[in-house]
Design a binder for this molecule. Structure first.
Ligand code: LFC
Ligand code: MG
Length: 445
């Protein structure tokens, strides 16, 4: 039962000083402080349940996303939750197509990140009121209810509402078997935590040895800053993991198109499955050129963590510019827009391998990919979800990894809620952790 009027929306700037340990570092983002604009919505319902939502940032600039969330809040506060979720497409449009706010998007950049944080909170609240983890809420919805959440504007040349319905109706077949499979085995994952670019070889070796012991079989390595370093690190990790385990490379947008092709050719002997974000995330045709050049080497192109909306994903698919599609739970317009991308990927037969490097992204995206397997793709072939081993301790319902797989969450909601004490400690700049770092001159406002 969905109930209550939204009576309040608050937003906080929460930052974790991950740059101090080089966690999360890559060829373009050398000193990320994993951060979030963290939204809480309240209703007047007696259950007193709250919805928690976030979007992921790298530290500086989180205050701008916070500002954008505040600019959106008048569209949310005062609304009945039931009205929102029964006409979710309309509500999504109101947020993304506000006659004035859309000028600072539309559906991209800061305002889209803010939209995501707000809508993630709405989905969390809805799932909590239904008493289900978000993936199960989605699995139990009818195809008609699901398509009512999607804004098809701009994508009907690739996916119509009727086609989406057909995919979802097919997805209902033997859904229970796949749900059981997930509950028993979980969704396969890969780890990025061993090989951030700022880690020393020694640290990389140690983390890789530990990961192998824990049963990880798929590993991602950051590349792109220096070719000789890349060759050394890839050799190190390939030697450790052996020929059968999977290796993926991530350049985080470092190269021009031709440079990407020649650089990756130098790394081909390490047999990477994919090169991720080889060039500008906006260069769809460039990704197409790289895909074509690397296909004979058996190397695919993966991208999506900075693909800001369904329209871009549509074009990536139409242009055969990616072979692995990386949805992001906090970059696209929440579950609503992710649904449209999952359905387009299904139609184009492209495997979805979500992005989850960041704070909270693992917690959120596991719901989407588990739903994808049960109700949309029905396949695990060539698919895996990213995992990073950072900051889970700050969440009330952190992910559970077993045998290198995400076990489906059982707590109601979208797993978005942070521990209150963590929010207090890490709020920027007033939290005790930041006050201390500022005092020690290890951080500045
Ligand atoms: C700055 C971040 O850690 C990125 O490096 C990270 O999201 C990365 O691209 C990934 O694929 O996990
Ligand atoms: Mg990446």
């Amino acid at each position: 039962m969905v109930k209550g009027k939204i009576t309040g929306l608050s937003v906080k700037d929460v930052r974790f000083p991950t740059s101090l340990g080089h966690h999360g570092s890559d060829a373009m983002h050398t000193d990320p402080d994993y951060s979030a604009a963290y939204v809480v919505i309240e209703t007047d319902a007696e259950d007193a349940l709250k919805g928690y939502g976030l979007t992921f940032t790298l530290g500086k600039g989180t205050e701008i996303v916070v500002c954008a969330v505040k600019a959106l809040s008048h569209l949310v506060v005062g609304r009945n939750l039931e009205d929102i979720v029964t006409n979710f497409r309309d509500f999504y449009r109101q947020l993304t197509s506000d006659g004035q706010l859309r000028w600072i998007g539309p559906e991209k950049g800061v305002v889209q990140l803010a939209t995501s944080a707000v809508l993630n909170a709405v989905w969390d609240l809805w799932a909590k009121q239904e008493g289900k983890p978000l993936w199960k809420l989605l699995v139990d919805m009818t195809p008609e209810q699901l398509v009512c959440c999607i804004d098809f504007r701009y994508i009907t040349d690739a996916l119509t509402e009727a086609q989406a319905l057909e995919i979802l109706r097919n997805g209902k077949q033997r859904q229970e078997t796949r749900e059981e499979h997930m509950l028993k085995n979980g969704y396969p994952a890969y780890t990025t935590s061993c090989a951030w670019l700022g880690y020393s070889d020694k640290q990389l070796q140690k983390l890789c040895a530990e990961a192998l012991k824990e049963g990880w079989t798929r590993f991602k390595v950051k590349v792109g800053a220096d070719l000789q370093d890349d060759i050394r690190r890839c050799k190190l990790i390939r030697d450790m993991i052996g020929p059968d385990n999977k290796l993926m490379l991530d350049a985080n947008q470092r190269w021009d198109v031709n440079e990407a092709i020649s650089w990756v050719k130098e790394l081909a002997l390490f047999k990477p499955l994919w090169i991720e974000e080889p060039t500008s995330p906006d260069d769809i045709l460039g990704h197409g050129t790289i895909s074509k050049a690397l296909a004979p080497l058996g190397i695919g192109v993966a991208t999506g963590e900075q693909c800001h909306n369904r329209v871009m994903f549509k074009q990536f698919l139409q242009a055969h510019a990616l072979q692995y599609l990386q949805i992001d739970s906090c970059r696209l317009g929440s579950v609503n827009e992710n649904l449209s991308v999952l359905l387009m990927a299904r139609k184009f037969n492209i495997p979805v391998c979500p992005h989850a490097g960041g704070v909270g992204l693992c917690e959120l995206v596991q719901h989407l990919i588990i739903f994808d397997y049960i109700s949309v793709s029905g396949s695990l072939e060539n698919r895996m979800c990213e995992y990073v081993d950072h900051l889970h301790e700050h969440f009330k319902h952190p992910v559970t990894i077993r045998n290198a797989a995400y076990m489906p969450p059982t707590d109601p909601g979208y797993s978005t809620e942070m521990k209150e004490e963590s929010v207090l400690l890490y709020q920027f700049p007033s939290g005790a952790i930041w006050q201390q770092l500022i005092h020690e001159k290890k951080a500045e406002i």
